[in-house]
Structure formats: structure tokens, C-alpha cells
Ligand binder design. Structure first.
Ligand SMILES: *Cc1c(COP(=O)(O)O)cnc(C)c1O
Length: 434
């Protein structure tokens, strides 16, 4: 049984199926792998030229082998990860890993599409009642999860989002699907939404009645698949390249946690840079040794506006609370809106490259963090610029073309139930009485 909770070191470990179905561990902890064995370098190098599904399966197989054999896992991952993830060179020693070519144009497609298939395969079970995937979104998660589970048998999706605080392009991705997907517009912030979801999971009766499961980055089923693209980045670099510094635009710290897991599994990564907006409890922790969550304030990189990053708990667990060791592996940087705008302009002027605001945070974050070792810099490009036209277009003074699938969706009506940020209101929605 490969997974335990961050909060109950002595408790019995659980299987992937149980960890994915529960989302949050009993007692409010987060599931983490009991142990991760590093692949020998030669075994990792032998993955060069293999398909993304095969690479992902090789990385993740030891953690999920109770639930899937290697072939089944490879098939599921290949099906989930059927879009390109190019490593684009951009200036000397610098690359951008474009994670945004999936159906919702953001990196969260990777975790969400895989988890939907894992859940359908192992967790839905024989119970006649559907599994309810309850998810809070600051913008991108909702679309990725809704699209990933849309019409997956034995599941329904309820997306909570802060009303008026997500872009129109984000909103249409989870409010226009219908079928087994419903949207809830909460009068409050993303942190209110996340708090409501946590309260719902903490309510045993509610959890049992609706077979609640989570699809936020707190779900280990979302996190594990994200390890894969750290390996793809490494495998696309010329052979013999020293381990790269990977720059992760960070909010809830799920992406960064997956990177740390990938490194523990043997993916050669020299250093991590965690770049945040001014919602910066994690960079401040790395500097000061004190973790002070705060209410989120809106910035141009809205999907990163998280004041209480959940995965901090996993990172603390992974580093055994050892600040010095964490500092040796991760550098934190904070990026302002002005820097985002000037970076979007500079990337366009210098390379003809159009970056979204989140990717821009990563790019300038790399510069602000300084050099670490001899390796190249790989910035994770987390969203397509067309997802954030309200930022990118006025900054560049030019229109950004929308991919056709998204353009069609923008013409549809938004359907959402409006609620105050209270558990009784969410309960009514779940029961279908709101
Ligand atoms: C969610 C998101 C992030 C932040 O990722 P975390 O795993 O929450 O740290 C960054 N960029 C974009 C575009 C996102 O949607």
C-alpha cells in the first residue's frame, strides 16, 4: 500500500484507488507516497525517444502497480496525454516547456485527464450512485476537470468558482458543458471556494451521501501524472546537457510538488525556482522560515492568486521540515504585475514569442532567481496566451488568435448556480435542492 497521510505517520497506508477516491485523508492530511525509489540514470536515459505515455508509465508504475499493470497504465496515460508538449528554445540556454496544448489550453489538463481515467478505472467501482467530483477553481482547474470528466460514466462534476474573478474564456469551459457537469458561482474569493470544499470533505455524512471526491491539486491522482512532463523536458534536451533549473509558476504548489517527486524518482533536475505573484507565502517562508498564509489579492496571473497554498504541507513532509534542505533545492521569487507586463512585451519584442501572464511570471522569475549550476533554464509555460486576452492584448496592443474549439464555446450561454460562501448553500446544491 503505497500512500500515507501527511498528518498521521502511524496510520495504515492506502492504495492508489483509496487515495484517489478520498482526495483528502481522514484527519485532513494529504496523501503522499510512502517511499519513492530513484530510477538508475541508465534506466532513465533509456526512455529517450519513447512516447509520452510510456515515459509517464515508467515513472509512475511503481507507485500504482497495485491498481494497474504497466501496459494498462501506459494505455491510460497515452490516452490522457495525447497532445504535444514541445520544449521551445528561447534565447541562449533558455527553454519554454509548453504545457498548454491540451483541450483547455493549460497544464492542468495533464493531471485532470489522467485522474479522470484512473478514477473511472479503479475508483468508481460497482456502486450505482455516481462519484461526485467536487472542485474549487481559481480559473483553470475547473475547466480542466470538467472537460476531463465530461461524460465519463459513473461520475459527476461540481465546480465552485469565485463569481466575477475568472476570465470569460475560463468560465465558459466549465459552465457550458451540461450533462454530468454543473457550475456553482460563489460570492467570494478562491480561498472561500477552497474552504467550502474542505468543509464539505470534512462532513462525513455529506461525503458518504454523495461519494465525494476531490480533483484539486490536493488529489494525489492529479499530482502524480504531472511528474511526467519534468521527464519529457529532460529527455528533449540534447544528450549530455547538465541538469536544468526548472522554473515553476506557482500558486497552490501542486506543480512544484510534482517536480520534487519527479526529481526524487530520478529525473535529473539541478534546481527549482518557484515563482509566485505578490501572493507569496511560500517565497517568504523560504526567506524567513515562517509560513504566514494570507488572503489572496487579485493579480494579472489570476490562476496563481492563492494565499493558503495547500501543497505546502506536502512539501514540508517531503523535506521533513528541513528548511536548509528545501532552500538548497528550491529558490522562491516574487513577481509584480508591472514585471509581468514588461516581460510579455520583452519576450514579444526579442523573440516574437507571446507568453501568457503565468508563463511571464516564470520567465522573469528565472532572471530574478539568478544562476544555479551549469544547466540550462526550463520555464514551464502553464497556459496559452489566448486564455488571457484581457491581459495580453492591451499589453502588446495586438490581438491573440483564439483556437477554433474555444471560439465556438465562447458563443454558448453560461449556466451556474449562485451561492453565498456557506456550507448549507453548497449542501443544497449537492442534493439538487438549490
Ligand atoms: C494552476 C495554475 C498555476 C499554479 O499551479 P499550482 O500547481 O497551483 O502551483 C500556474 N499557472 C496556471 C496557468 C495555472 O492554471
Amino acid at each position: 500500500m503505497p500512500f500515507i497521510s501527511t498528518r498521521s505517520a502511524g496510520a495504515a497506508p492506502v492504495s492508489l484507488a483509496d487515495a484517489v477516491r478520498r482526495g483528502l485523508a481522514p484527519g485532513g492530511g494529504l496523501y503522499v507516497p510512502t517511499a519513492i525509489s530513484a530510477m538508475p540514470p541508465a534506466e532513465f536515459a533509456a526512455l529517450r525517444g519513447r512516447s509520452p505515455g510510456e515515459v509517464a508509465a515508467a515513472l509512475i508504475a511503481p507507485l500504482v502497480e497495485e491498481s494497474f499493470d504497466r501496459d494498462t497504465l501506459g494505455r491510460l496515460m497515452g490516452d490522457a496525454l495525447d497532445f504535444p508538449v514541445p520544449l521551445v528554445p528561447l534565447g541562449p540556454g533558455h527553454y519554454v516547456l509548453e504545457l498548454f496544448h491540451g483541450p483547455t489550453l493549460a497544464f492542468k489538463d495533464v493531471g485532470a485527464r489522467t485522474m479522470a481515467r484512473w478514477i473511472a478505472a479503479v475508483a468508481a467501482g460497482k456502486d450505482a450512485r455516481p462519484l461526485t467530483v467536487l472542485v474549487a477553481t481559481s480559473g483553470d482547474t475547473g475547466g480542466a476537470v470538467a472537460q476531463a470528466f465530461h461524460r465519463v460514466p459513473g461520475t459527476r462534476v461540481v465546480v465552485l468558482y469565485p463569481r466575477g474573478r475568472v476570465s470569460r474564456v475560463q468560465e465558459v469551459q466549465f459552465t457550458t458543458l451540461g450533462d454530468n457537469v454543473s457550475a456553482v458561482a460563489v460570492e467570494g474569493t478562491f480561498d472561500d471556494c477552497q474552504r467550502l470544499v474542505k468543509a464539505a470533505f470534512a462532513d462525513h455524512t455529506l461525503g458518504e451521501t454523495h461519494r465525494l471526491t476531490s480533483a484539486n491539486s490536493i488529489n494525489i491522482g492529479r499530482l502524480l501524472p504531472q511528474m511526467a512532463y519534468y521527464a519529457w523536458a529532460s529527455l528533449q534536451l540534447p544528450a549530455g546537457t547538465p541538469p536544468p533549473t526548472v522554473v515553476v509558476p506557482s500558486g497552490n504548489l501542486g506543480n512544484l510538488t510534482a517536480g520534487v517527486l519527479a526529481a526524487r524518482r530520478g529525473v535529473p533536475i539541478g534546481h527549482f525556482v518557484s515563482a509566485t505573484t505578490i501572493n507569496d507565502p511560500f517565497p517568504r517562508y523560504l526567506t524567513s522560515g515562517t509560513f504566514t498564509p494570507q488572503d489572496a489579492v487579485p493579480t494579472l496571473a489570476s490562476a496563481m492568486d492563492v494565499g493558503h497554498p495547500s501543497n505546502f504541507e506536502r512539501l514540508m513532509w517531503l523535506f521533513d521540515g528541513d528548511l536548509a534542505r528545501m532552500r538548497a533545492t528550491i529558490t522562491g521569487v516574487v513577481v509584480t504585475d508591472d514585471e509581468v507586463r514588461s516581460t510579455i512585451r520583452a519576450l514579444h519584442a526579442n523573440y516574437g514569442y507571446i507568453a501568457d501572464p503565468h508563463t511571464a511570471v516564470g520567465w522573469i522569475g528565472a532572471e530574478k532567481a539568478g544562476r544555479h549550476g551549469d544547466g540550462p533554464v526550463v520555464v514551464l509555460a502553464t497556459a496559452h496566451p489566448a486564455k488571457f486576452p484581457e491581459v495580453v492584448e492591451p499589453t502588446l496592443g495586438a490581438a491573440v488568435a483564439l483556437p477554433p474549439a474555444l471560439a465556438d464555446r465562447l458563443a454558448l450561454d453560461v449556466v451556474a448556480t449562485r451561492i453565498p460562501p456557506r456550507l448549507d448553500a453548497l449542501t443544497a446544491v449537492l442534493a439538487g435542492t438549490a
